[in-house]
Ligand binder design. Structure first.
Ligand code: NAP
Length: 343
């Protein structure tokens, strides 16, 4: 198999490249070279996907059995890549997100749920996370890929992806905070269901289904009734060997402290549908999400081994500010001592 990976050097793209090379596939990566060197064992073509001449030069390295657009967000960029590359590819894969659903995170979603109204031709030079456009752009990008491939693309919609090389600062923050020891704030309720998936399992699904020439949309999330926030915390304690103690603070207390959902702390979000992404279509098609504890263990091992993620400004947003955590812990300690005095 010959595969072209648009991207390939930060997180999911890197996992796709590693897995494909491990399968003995011939791998080409296309990126600007600014996120670090291309993974070993692949042909690296440098260029900017916003530059039509660079895309035309890339096309000269084809054809491929599979093209995977891993990082595309801006619809016109995704469209232009698909327009040039889809005719040179047996199968075309686009990595989207559950944020493309109109009702996520407010409501549970499956592949039949409505998509946001995204324009496939929108072009902007840059965008930022704070603007709330991510899901709208991804929806437009999906529409662009569908149009350019006559509906023959494979579109995957992962929820939260964790694992080695994560650069958003979600699991890596939790591991660092818990490794620091002592009492720490844990959000909401230990029984809250969560559904992160391992980056390596997402990569494997993409490649398995590219090989099988699958088309259509697949959600990638852990089984609905498998993992909990308490399990994630326990796995972090086990992986780091830290003697810390979680202090569970209610959603209402976290909200009263003006903490920002999703980032302060990472993965805390109260909207009903956040962790109700139905993965049954992918599970039936062979998606095999490993135990969350394995992802946590391997991510910690990678960090301990000097793992240096791509530097992303979003990482700094993922944390409970120290001063707020101190107040929450002190309040919880006061409440506990009042309760024990009252007994
Ligand atoms: N993380 C999550 O929890 C999550 C959840 C759902 C969906 N997703 C989706 O999963 C994907 C993850 O992407 P990733 O960052 O892990 O992918 P990646 O392929 O590992 O890294 C991003 C790549 O894009 C390249 N790139 C950026 N701008 C470029 C440009 N103008 N021209 C050419 N190459 C360019 C970067 O290299 P250079 O900078 O060197 O050019 C880098 O190789 C995204 O589509 C994201 O929306 C993520």
């Amino acid at each position: 198999m010959r595969i072209l990976v648009l991207g390939g050097t930060r997180f999911l793209g890197r996992a796709v490249v590693d897995d494909a090379a491990g399968r003995g596939w011939s791998v080409t990566v296309f990126n600007r070279g600014s996120s670090g060197p291309a993974p070993e064992r692949c042909e690296a073509v440098q260029g900017d996907r916003r530059n039509v001449a660079d895309l035309a030069r890339l096309a000269g390295h084809g054809p491929w059995d599979v093209v995977v657009d891993v990082p595309g967000v801006i619809p016109a960029e995704v469209r232009d890549a698909a327009r040039v590359l889809a005719p040179l590819a047996g199968r075309y894969v686009f990595v989207s997100t559950v944020s493309a659903y109109q009702d996520w995170p407010a409501q549970p979603v499956d592949e039949g749920s409505p998509r946001r109204a995204g324009d496939p031709d929108v072009d902007v030079a840059s965008w930022d996370w704070g603007a709330g456009v991510y899901g709208i752009y991804k929806a437009g990008a999906e529409a662009a890929v569908e149009r350019e491939t006559d509906g023959q693309a494979l579109i995957i919609r992962p929820g939260v992806i964790l694992g080695p090389w994560e650069y958003s600062g979600r699991l890596t923050w939790w591991l660092e905070r818990i490794a620091a020891g002592g009492r720490f704030v844990a959000p909401g309720d230990p029984g809250t269901r969560i559904q992160p998936v391992d980056v390596r399992d997402v990569a494997a699904f993409v490649l398995d289904h590219a090989a099988a020439a699958s088309t259509g949309v697949f959600n990638l999330a852990a089984p609905l009734d498998r993992d909990t926030f308490g399990g994630l915390i326990d796995a972090c304690l086990a992986a780091t060997g830290a003697a810390g103690a979680p202090v569970w603070v209610t959603d209402a207390q976290l909200q009263a402290a003006d903490l920002r959902e999703w980032t302060q702390p990472p993965l805390w979000r109260t909207a009903t549908g956040t962790w109700q992404v139905d993965p049954s279509r992918a599970l039936a098609a062979g998606f095999a999400p490993r135990p969350l504890a394995d992802t946590v263990r391997d991510t910690w091992a990678w960090m301990q081994d000097g793992g240096e993620p791509f530097e992303d400004p979003r990482a700094a947003m993922h944390a409970i500010p120290v001063a707020i955590e101190r107040v929450l812990l002190a309040t919880a300690a006061d409440a506990a001592s009042l309760a024990s005095g009252a007994k």
